[in-house]
Design a protein around this ligand. Structure first.
Ligand code: GMT
Length: 382
């Protein structure tokens, strides 16, 4: 099948899920066309069955804001016509779902019927999408999608709560490709651990795009409590608007020498592999892909219990969950896991076992079933 995948090309979870999905589909023999404004960060060049199409908005001095959505719509029309796509799959509603709808209408005038699937990921519903500047367009484009999927039961509830939805919504959880994450530590990992924690300190980590919703300040505060009891180091990977505040907080709490802000990393698996504990205390999180990646690397997770995180992290098994902002309980739970080697080893194994519920082998056929259904419906109608 020829599938167009529209995505954000950045380090955000929706872009990573879309990229990994496309790569796995290509490995199964589908022809995948990624469409975005930049080459997706997690997409290698020259992979078989994969092509990348760049959306290049037209710059004109009249425009204070470049009309990206129109350029994307035109690109979708163009790629669908010239590559004979069977189906479009857009990840993150804004502005991808409405661009796909518009492209579909234009293509009808060329006697082409292209179905599109919208996968909702999180803030396209919970934070940004419900804002009055987007809400009518998001409601309309969800209802007009030929299929809609969400990454958790929690996001499905939020979607029905915030929008007047008349369409069906199917839950397809995010996934991991375990071969990316497990395996013995190599020489490089061991050297890295030694560099970060020269005296065998426990390593606590976090990976994100440093937005306020991630509550990274809570991580630093929990860490400050943990090191009152046991030696540990904190590795914060990623970058974004909160970084400066986090640096200030580390200074205030006097923990800067034990906190490593490593910036954006190309492969977050390098961080998980050397970690003993991962933290995700987010205000809201439709799924928490980073937590799943940590679990797949055998790293237990201390998280908040908001949104879809309880569908990913299992209380007392793969880690612990607390109310948002409950720093004291998070620190107690971190210490429960980290204080002795046997408990840590048990949680590491359980974390990995739990992640097996989210292997790509389980999830990929669910998307393929939707593509097949839409293409069959199209054939019946024509
Ligand atoms: O929605 C966002 O904030 C961005 C989005 C992304 O592109 O990273 O993250 C969301 O989608 C991820 C992949 O499905 C989920 O793992 C994240 O939990 C979700 N973020 C939020 O809900 C805050």
């Amino acid at each position: 099948m020829k599938i167009g995948i529209v995505l954000y090309p950045t380090f955000g979870g929706s872009g990573i899920v879309a990229t990994e999905l496309g790569k796995a589909l290509a490995e199964k023999g589908h022809e995948i066309h990624f469409i975005s404004y930049n080459h997706p960060v997690k997409l290698d060049h020259f992979l078989p069955n994969i092509r990348y199409h760049e959306v290049r908005p037209f710059h004109y001095p009249l425009f204070d804001y470049q009309p990206y959505e129109l350029a994307l719509t035109s690109k979708l029309v163009d790629v669908t016509r010239y590559e004979n796509l069977d189906v479009l799959h857009v990840h993150y509603a804004i502005p991808h779902a409405s661009a796909a709808y518009f492209a579909k209408q234009i293509l009808k005038t060329h006697n082409i019927d292209i179905p599109f699937i919208t996968t909702l990921h999180g803030t396209d519903i919970t934070l940004v999408g419900k804002h009055p500047s987007f809400e009518p367009v998001i409601t309309f484009s969800i209802n007009e999608s030929d299929a809609v999927t969400v990454v958790s039961e929690s996001l499905k509830r939020d979607t029905f709560q915030h929008f007047a939805i008349s369409n069906q919504i199917e839950v397809i959880p995010n996934f991991v490709k375990h071969s990316h994450y497990n395996g013995e530590l190599n020489e490089y990992d061991i050297a890295k651990r030694k560099q970060l924690a020269p005296n065998g300190e426990r390593i606590i980590s976090h990976v994100s795009n440093f937005r306020r919703v991630k509550r990274i300040g809570d991580i630093v505060r929990v860490f400050a409590k943990v090191i009152e009891k046991i030696p540990a180091r904190l590795v914060l990977a990623g970058d974004g608007p909160e970084r400066h505040k986090i640096e200030q907080l580390c200074t205030e709490l006097g923990v800067c020498d034990k906190v490593e802000l490593v910036g954006n990393v190309q492969t977050a698996s390098e961080i998980y592999r050397i970690s003993d504990l991962f933290m995700l205390p987010s205000e809201t999180e439709s799924f928490g892909l980073a937590a799943l990646e940590a679990l797949a690397s055998g790293v237990p997770v201390i998280s908040s219990k908001s949104g879809g995180i309880p569908e990913v992290n299992k209380q007392g098994y793969s880690g612990y969950l607390s109310d948002v902002g409950d720093i004291d309980e998070m620190a107690e739970n971190a210490l429960k896991i980290l204080s002795d080697d046997a408990t840590l080893a048990k949680f590491k194994e359980q974390a990995y076992q739990h992640s097996l519920n989210f292997g790509i082998e389980e999830i990929l056929p669910k998307y393929e079933a939707i593509y097949n259904r839409l293409v069959e419906q199209k054939t019946v109608q024509s």
